[in-house]
Write a protein that binds this ligand. Structure first.
Ligand code: FES
Ligand SMILES: [Fe+2]
Length: 323
């Protein structure tokens, strides 16, 4: 990914807590009703699984009894019940309460519970709600209408671990000057409008088809808070949709995932003609970004000039998610 060896570059970020929002912790096909998937995000250990009704669910990985990791040793889920590997207490996967203690019977109190996180499945992602003070969700994630309307194929998925300051990753889209100076595009993209939506932000671009490698007619970007985004590119007879998520692992690193959907043109070969160059270009630009972003610092008072793009506008928007 980068030619520079990762070096410890701590304390480049002002925040003490992650922004509230919907964080991708798995892809939908990775999650099942007969296996606990352990993941490590947001400075926490979590498990992801499906309940008996088939819904994806995220829970704290630690058993409230004595702190065993529920997916360690032979910890498992069967018939909707999570069985802790340590003393075999059983937990209801959908509600979280304890349903059986093998040597003490069924607990009377329903308050003896696993910590469950509100979970949604959207556009191939399993999203968990996080709020630094534990408050309930106050908005829903963006769900692509384009992906629901037409037939698409998931062309490929790419994953990177980045040490960029977390709040700078999506801000990067509003730094239009770097698109010419770092990526070598011939023209800066023009944002026609930025509108607040219940799920976050909608950005509409004005496209100059001559300045593009691909002949794009339309580009729309939808943000889910400051944790995920959806980019829809439409051309003549083709469309691509990037479902992008960024989830902090800890204070110093996050996982960025891009899933490229291609509108199904009927055959693998034709889909590949669209998907391959898009994936190559996108991957190239992401990796170019990380060569700089992974080592940068978040400046609260950057010295911006005319032509730098709507960076402050994005920051004003993003601020509402930092509780
Ligand atoms: S630690 Fe889980 S049952 Fe004891
Ligand atoms: Fe970039």
């Amino acid at each position: 990914m980068s030619s520079i060896q990762p070096i410890p570059m701590k304390f480049r970020v002002p925040e003490v807590a992650f922004p509230k929002g919907w964080y991708c912790v798995a892809d939908v096909h990775e999650v099942s009703a007969d296996k606990l998937k352990p993941v490590s995000y947001l400075n926490q250990q979590l498990i992801v699984y499906r309940t008996q009704s088939g819904a994806a669910q995220v829970a704290d990985a630690y058993c409230p009894h004595l702190g065993a990791h529920l997916a360690s040793h032979d910890g498992c889920i069967a018939d909707g019940a999570i069985v802790c590997p340590f003393h075999k207490w059983k937990w209801d996967g959908a509600q979280g309460h304890c349903t059986d203690i093998p040597y003490a019977g069924i607990p009377q109190s329903r308050s003896l519970k696993l910590t469950l996180y509100p979970t949604r499945e959207v556009d191939g992602m399993v999203l968990m709600w996080y709020h630094p003070q534990g408050a309930a969700p106050d908005f829903e994630p963006y769900a692509s209408t384009a992906l629901q309307r037409d037939k698409w194929v998931l062309f490929d998925t790419r994953v990177w671990t980045s040490t960029s300051p977390y709040r700078d990753i999506f801000e990067n889209l509003f730094d239009t000057a770097h698109i010419v100076q770092l990526h070598g595009a011939s023209k800066m993209p023009v944002m026609r409008s930025m509108d607040s939506k219940p799920h976050g932000l909608f950005v509409d671009y004005q496209i100059d088809p001559d300045a593009e490698q691909f002949s794009i007619k339309n580009l729309e970007v939808h943000f889910t808070g400051v944790t995920a985004l959806n980019q829809l590119f439409e051309g003549r007879g083709w469309a691509t949709n990037f479902v992008i998520s960024a989830t902090p692992i800890d204070n110093e690193s996050f996982l960025q995932t891009i899933r490229l959907y291609v509108k199904d043109l009927g055959s693998r070969e034709i889909n590949e003609q669209i998907g391959k160059p898009w994936l190559e270009r996108f991957t190239f630009e992401v990796e170019q970004d990380f060569k700089v972003l992974n080592y940068k610092k978040h400046l609260t008072q950057p010295k911006l000039c005319g032509g730098d793009g709507p960076i402050y506008q994005y920051r004003e928007y993003a601020q509402q998610y930092y509780v």
